[in-house]
Design a binder for this molecule. Sequence first.
Ligand code: PLP
Length: 280
Amino acid sequence: STVYLNGDWLAAEQAKVSVFDRGFLFADGIYEVVPVYSGKPFLLEQHLARLHRSLAALTIPSRPDPFWHDLITQLLERNAIADGLIYFQVTRGAEAQRSHLPQTELDPTIFASVSPMPVHWDIPAPAKVTLCEDIRWLRCDIKSISLLGNIMLKQVAQQRGALEPLLHRNGLITEGASSNYFAVKHGILYTAPADHLILPGITRMWVLELAKQLGLEVREEAFSATDLAQLDELFLTSSSREVQPIGQIDDIIIGAGRCGPVTAKLAEAFHASKQAYLSK
Ligand code: PLP
């Protein structure tokens, strides 16, 4: 595939960065993932707003929106991809020697690639997740490339035969290793508030919007890890998985292991909104 690195378009194998890049030395950087359907980036404005926010939090300068729009256009053209996931990564840049405190005025390293992803129109089969303690830092709102906690937790989930960890901090559900969670109880939709303990998912935000349009009662309140057996429905969201029903948490079966009605309604609304967006 063809990738973008610091102004150049290269074959992926040819793209190299310095060992003094702060992304390599310190994971001093951020990333963003944007889904593209039929050549159109979905909810791009929201993804770029989050990219700018992540960079601002680390005091790394960003580029104006047209720069990113152009990168997406070129990536899709050069790779002849219509449905896929765009990956952007920005690090603080390379410096002369390793030192925790960055030198001022570094040139950020900008990398971009695209990988194909088929568009799904069906609701996926309910998946299993596993409860884990959230061992990550306290600025999960930044889409940092420092993902050690997420990786370790994802490995634990895999060992337990689960798709994703269901993370809790002090007994309250936060999110997944790369997804946000929603629970339904007595017809009310719950999801953790968008504070420093979670990444504010763009899919999460969009599902909240759809839920409000459908007239559902929504509470941005973290639900408790001790109440999991009492939940009527559970699902997770992310740019790549969209709305993924959950039928099992460790040994607890949720909603007889089937996709519940509220989850189905939201998944259908999500597909419809994608369709409407594509035909615009
Ligand atoms: N939470 C974390 C920790 C993530 O890494 C991701 C995305 O990969 C999400 C949530 C979901 O975010 P989005 O819906 O923007 O893909």
